[in-house]
Design a protein around this ligand. Structure first.
Ligand SMILES: [Zn+2]
Length: 420
């Protein structure tokens, strides 16, 4: 039988309130942040940090990043500083405005009518993980929008933990830095997080589904683009004159290994993934992404693409073929290996909260992948939402309560470590 903790009302109220603020980011915007409305939540969080008594509270009015700190409560003012980073935006994949969150108490394991009028039902037949939450209270949508538990469930847990520590200076812990960032869902990679202002040299992101999951391993990632310039003439007189760019691109595609594609790979297997092709005689281009957990394999993949381009250059002329490879993010593991205590403390904190930690090599990247590469090693702790990016998203309230506990244990563990 599940029992409410003292954090129940706090995380629920916060999650409901944050969900009501439209913070959808926009992949087609070149602005920073990609949507101005993310400032609505940023200002709310800024005010809230001041209210609960955080120090060094700051809103970057350009980059839309909110900062705050919880000072050390160790008798000697020590402890090893660490930080928490959560994102404020919601995904562009489903409607994000006019979110109307509601609470279903004591879920009975049956179908949940999200919207009677429109006949929208959340069923364990479609989403069997629902059955993990029988007997719990769930925050749900009205079936027409996403919920934004990704990542507001994370923010609610962080803010509730911060409020608790600031209200109870007798609880020992070290200094904790907080940051709320924009545009995670559109590849922002927390690029404007100011490390100096943030203060901590290591951090965790709080994001992702399933309570108790953590992530310290992600893909290495790059984006490649091959373009071919052709020469179009009438087919009747084309012999020895026409250069068909579409043919060249077809050859390129045929060189990509058949079974090294997302639909044939799992776990730590890397891939090439063609995301778009456009081709006619005059001009053709292919955009693809390259992914691999293993750094050496990843570099081999990029080298293989260059070889393919070289083969086309030899056939069609070097001036007609170009390949660009853009680095996206790195596997965080490479940057976490020198500080194993980051993952160790996380695992310990999850266990101390009575949850069995689970992990698997993540087949994607996180803001933490980019932060780690830039010098702020940052594994990820799940925020505990489910069915993100869609109308069937929900957040079990106990998952947020547990995350508050996990974070409090983390703070205690870091408090007992010496500052480097
Ligand atoms: Zn997220």
């Amino acid at each position: 039988m599940y029992r409410r903790t003292p954090f129940y009302e706090k995380v629920k109220e916060r999650m409901m309130r944050y969900a009501g603020v439209d913070t959808q980011s926009d992949p087609n915007s070149a602005q920073t942040p990609t949507t101005g409305k993310q400032f609505d939540l940023a200002r709310m969080l800024f005010d809230e940090l001041l209210e609960i008594g955080a120090s060094d509270v700051w809103l970057d009015e350009t980059a839309c990043v909110v900062y705050g700190k919880i000072p050390s409560a160790m008798p000697d003012g020590g402890g090893r500083p660490f930080g928490l980073v959560t994102h404020m935006d919601t995904a562009p994949d489903a409607p994000g405005a006019n979110v109307k969150p509601w609470v279903l108490e004591n879920y009975d394991g049956g179908d949940i009518v999200l919207n009677a009028e429109k006949g929208i039902v959340l069923s364990p037949k479609d989403f069997p993980t629902l059955l993990n939450y029988v007997g719990q209270d769930l925050i749900l949508t009205d079936g027409t929008t996403l919920l934004g538990g990704d990542d507001k469930a994370g923010i609610a847990a962080v803010m509730t933990m911060a409020e608790h520590l600031l209200a109870h200076p007798e609880i020992p812990h070290g200094p904790v830095s907080l940051a709320f960032t924009p545009d995670e869902e559109v590849g922002g990679l927390a690029k404007d997080l100011d490390f100096e202002r943030f203060g901590a040299k290591v951090a965790y992101t709080l994001d992702g589904d399933h309570l108790g999951f953590y992530m310290d391993e992600t893909f290495n990632a790059s984006l490649a683009k091959l373009t071919v310039k052709g020469r179009s003439v009438h087919p009747a007189t084309a012999k020895g004159v026409m250069v068909n760019a579409a043919d060249a691109v077809g050859e390129f595609l045929s060189m990509l290994p058949r079974f090294e594609r997302p639909q044939y790979t799992a776990w730590r297997e890397g891939f090439f993934h063609v995301i778009s092709v456009s081709a006619d005689v005059e001009h053709a281009e292919v955009t693809l992404i390259v992914r691999d957990h293993d750094r050496t394999q990843f570099e081999h993949r990029e080298a293989y693409l260059r070889k393919c381009a070289d083969a086309l250059k030899a056939e069609y002329g070097a001036e007609r073929v170009s390949l660009t490879i853009l680095q996206q993010y790195r596997n965080m593991k490479e940057f976490l290996d020198p500080c194993p205590y980051l993952t160790e403390n996380l695992i310990a904190a999850i266990r101390m909260a009575g949850i069995e930690p689970r992990t698997e090599p993540f087949r994607g990247g996180t803001d933490g992948s980019a932060l780690s590469e830039r010098g702020l090693p940052s594994p990820n702790l799940s925020a505990g939402y489910e069915n993100a990016h869609g109308r069937f998203e929900y957040v079990p309230i106990p998952s947020m309560e547990k995350n508050v506990e996990i974070l409090l244990h983390l703070c205690a563990l870091f408090g007992n470590m010496k500052d480097e």
